[in-house]
Design a protein around this ligand. Structure first.
Ligand SMILES: NC(=O)c1ccc[n+]([C@@H]2O[C@H](COP(=O)([O-])OP(=O)(O)OC[C@H]3O[C@@H](n4cnc5c(N)ncnc54)[C@H](O)[C@@H]3O)[C@@H](O)[C@H]2O)c1
Length: 421
């Protein structure tokens, strides 16, 4: 494998290794998989290109694939989420080529994706489907070499399903996001906690007593709204789906259209996967000093281009906080350039949840390797037995035991004959 790479500073490697090892302590399920992979070499000789947030947790996934016998190359799935020390350590200590730098511009971001594709992957691992998208648009000659892929997040799965529906998807992809042991925990508890962490690190505001608007009450929104409430914020939820909105109401949140919430809020955070959720008519109504953040996958949920046009002045008031002054003097504060705030201004999800998400990635890859002959060019959900096995291993690692069905209960639960007595 080529030793080509592009990271910010290799002298950061030692600190990166310490943080990678620290994260590993909270990743017992992935560790068990790594040990099994190391002895069984299930990925031997396979070439994998991964486009993921370059964090310490991702580093532990890359180590797992590498120890399983794969040739791995890693590029970033977001220009602002790279941890430069983790990238340096992967190159220096683990022989994994990385193409990623925190703060890289859009041109460099895509240059890095193309560099990863030059390794001619047989498997792709994506978070947001940018790697798959560039491969399908620019490197169609390589499509035949790709056996399968995996996708980490909701937005990526939506893009891939759209490709499959149009008959455009060139190979099968496993929707890791659809595993229960992924979205129930990563999206809800991971995004919930780390988004609050990102907002607090960027601003150091007290959440207690603030009016906090959460746009979107899906898996991520549920987690965020509940964590913000736990810190004393007065949370308003906005939604477009009646079921999700009803759930938010019954969970005790105020629910209203964004246009009504706009003048009330101190803080807005979008987590919808949608575009222009905060737009001109909302900006016009916001209070002086309002804080705007996004934790959805792409930086399109807040109409930043329009904000730039409307503002008479823009200045950086803190690391990760750009202040836009409107014509009428109001100041709107945008966090982390509208990119996922938990990764831009904090460290992303805690290792403990990434343990399960990345166990799903590793086991999905092993599963597609065994089953690739019978897969079509579609988006597949992870088999239920893999999901349950990950939950079982996680509980075991936490030292938690659960009850086991008795023979009598098994019979009862599979019988239609037994009713009331
Ligand atoms: N920050 C992170 O680390 C992280 C982690 C996981 C997922 N994500 C991303 O977060 C986004 C949401 O993921 P999810 O798993 O919660 O998705 P989801 O599909 O479970 O929920 C999205 C919700 O947003 C609602 N919505 C859509 N348009 C809206 C609008 N205009 N106004 C208000 N609500 C609207 C939908 O009705 C839905 O209920 C995706 O982009 C996903 O990729 C980010």
């Amino acid at each position: 494998m080529s030793r080509e790479f592009d990271v910010k500073d290799l002298s950061l490697a030692e600190g990166g290794r310490r943080r990678i090892e620290w994260a590993d302590q909270e990743m017992p399920v992935l560790r068990q998989i790594r040990e099994r992979f190391r002895s069984g070499q299930p990925l031997k000789g396979s070439r994998i290109a991964a486009c993921l947030h370059v964090t310490t947790e991702t580093a532990n996934l890359m180590r797992t694939l590498h120890d399983g016998g794969a040739e791995v190359v890693l590029c970033a799935s977001n220009p602002l989420s790279t941890q430069d020390d983790a990238a340096a350590s992967l190159v220096t200590h683990y022989e994994i080529p990385v193409f990623a730098m925190k703060g890289e511009d859009s041109e460099t971001y895509y240059k890095h994706i193309r560099a990863a594709l030059r390794h001619r992957p047989q498997f792709t691992m994506d978070d947001g489907a940018d790697l798959v998208s560039v491969l399908h648009k620019e490197r169609r000659d390589q499509l035949d070499e790709v056996v399968a892929g995996t996708e980490e997040t909701t937005t990526g799965v939506i893009r891939l399903r759209a490709m499959a529906a149009e008959g455009m998807l060139g190979y099968p992809v496993i929707a890791v996001n659809d595993a229960m042991t992924k979205h129930l925990f990563d999206n809800r508890y991971g995004t919930g906690q780390s988004t609050v962490d990102g907002i607090v690190r960027a601003t150091n505001i007290l959440l207690a007593g603030k009016t906090f608007v959460v746009a979107g009450y899906g898996w991520c929104g549920r987690g965020l709204a509940n964590r913000a409430r736990g810190l004393g914020a007065n949370v308003i939820v906005t939604e477009v789906d009646p079921l999700a909105a009803l759930e938010a109401v019954m969970d005790g949140f105020r629910v209203m259209p964004m246009i009504e919430a706009a003048p009330l809020a101190d803080l807005f955070c979008t987590v919808t996967g949608d575009v222009n959720v905060l737009d001109r008519h909302h900006f016009e109504l916001m209070k002086d000093g309002a804080i705007l953040a996004n934790s959805g996958h792409f930086n399109v949920e807040i109409n930043i281009r329009l904000l730039e046009e409307l503002a008479v002045e823009k200045r950086k008031v803190r690391e990760f906080v750009e202040q836009y002054r409107m014509r009428d003097g109001r100041r709107l504060n945008l966090l982390g350039e509208g990119r996922l705030v938990n990764l831009a201004a904090a460290e992303g999800h805690p290792a403990s949840v990434m343990d399960m998400s990345f166990a799903n990635q590793a086991l999905s890859l092993e599963w597609v390797l065994k089953n690739s002959d019978r897969l079509e060019n579609k988006v597949y959900t992870i088999p239920e037995e893999v999901d349950r096995e990950i939950a079982r291993l996680k509980l075991e690692a936490m030292g938690i035991e659960i009850d086991v069905l008795t023979e009598e209960q098994k019979k009862y639960l599979t019988s239609w004959e037994e009713g009331t007595t």
